[in-house]
Design a protein around this ligand. Structure first.
Ligand code: NCD
Ligand code: ZN
Length: 345
């Protein structure tokens, strides 16, 4: 039996949803994680500081009494976002970041930004006050192949934006390509990237070989193997610019298993087991803590969690349910396709 003690991890990109789904999933995150950046793509989205305060209260109400988990709230950037409201939200300590969804890029993103020019006043204010922009980095132009959308976004949107506003802190979320990793590595400041659990484990074959497997479909979609290897190298390197954002994104099974299934993979429940496996495979268990518990807080200007968790490796694999039952319906749990010997004690 091996054990590994690390500072309590945080999740720097999480979908908790609302209502019965929120109640059904929040405990899977708060069991292991101290904090999480909560995505604002509800219907309707979280666009104002007042929306974020009320969503935070609903999250707290869905948590078990005494649960110390801290949701870090974000605002959904629109072409009408008010810079003064964003600044007030940051000053009050409620708002940790603002999220850019290019319109149409992913689940509930139709209210996102079409014309970056219209978002410039808010982005300029964020650069002034040091509030990070979390970016879903994919173009939505129909001519661009879905597997190229991240690379094209970097070239045509992100890099021009960062040249124009070098003081803006940008988190490239759920990086899925070698181009994304290389872009982050090439930058000296104000750019970092989150990496999901599942993109360290699957490539696009998981979705398409032997039949269509909707529970491996997420956005950005998993890419070729050499991209997965670049993500693994970055995550396990200890480089402070890379940290965990699970992008755990629950959808009930009927909405995944149908003719036009939703994007999103549910990993909250077994993420730490999966990550310990990946880091052990890469001979980098000593870098796990940097990825899950140290680099993220440093980037967001927060202290690392004080308390610790212990991961234990047993001969007998840990068992996780194939699906969880929520008040909204069943949600399939990410299957890494290998036995998970590590578990949080
Ligand atoms: C997310 C969701 O379902 O809200 N889906 C996903 O595939 N990751 C949205 C997102 O982060 O793209
Ligand atoms: Zn997401």
């Amino acid at each position: 039996m091996k054990t590994l003690s690390i500072r309590r991890p945080d999740d720097w990109h999480l979908h908790l949803r609302d209502g019965a789904m929120l109640e059904g999933v929040v405990g899977d995150t708060s069991r292991h994680f101290g904090r999480a950046i909560i995505m604002p793509n509800l219907v309707p989205p979280v666009v104002t500081t007042a929306d974020a305060a009320s969503y935070r209260d609903r999250i707290r109400a869905a948590m078990s009494p005494g649960d110390a988990f801290k949701p870090l709230m974000t605002l959904y950037l629109t072409e009408h976002t008010d810079p003064a409201d964003v600044e007030a939200g940051q000053r009050s300590g409620l708002i940790t970041a603002v999220k850019l969804y290019p319109a149409g890029a992913t689940t509930n993103s139709h209210g996102g930004v079409r014309d970056m020019e219209k978002a410039m006043p808010v982005l300029e204010r964020m650069a002034d006050i040091g509030l990070p922009l979390c970016v879903h980095g994919e173009v939505t132009t129909p001519e661009v192949d879905i597997f190229d959308r991240e690379a094209v976004f970097i070239e045509t949107v992100l890099d021009p934006l960062r040249r124009r506003l070098p003081e803006l802190k940008v988190t490239m979320e759920h990086v899925t390509t070698k181009e994304g990793i290389d872009y982050i590595l090439s930058s000296k400041k104000n750019l970092a990237g989150s990496i999901t659990t599942h993109h360290l484990i699957i490539n696009r074959n998981a979705i398409l070989v032997g039949g269509i497997r909707p529970h491996y479909y997420c956005l950005p979609v998993a890419k070729r193997e050499h991209h997965r290897l670049a993500l693994r190298a970055a995550a396990t390197s200890g480089d402070a610019r890379f940290f965990l954002g699970t992008d755990s994104a629950p959808h009930v099974d009927p909405l995944k298993e149908c003719g036009c299934g939703c994007a999103g993979i549910y990993t909250s429940i077994n993420t730490m087991s999966c990550l310990a496996h990946v880091f052990e495979e890469e001979n980098a268990l000593e870098k796990l803590e940097a990825f899950t518990s140290l680099n993220g807080p440093a980037w967001y200007g927060l202290p690392a969690n004080e308390d610790r968790i212990t991961l234990v490796r047993r001969e007998e694999p840990a068992s996780y349910p194939a699906k969880i039952e929520t008040g909204a319906g069943p949600v399939t749990v990410f299957d890494p396709m290998f036995p998970l010997h590590w578990a949080v004690e």
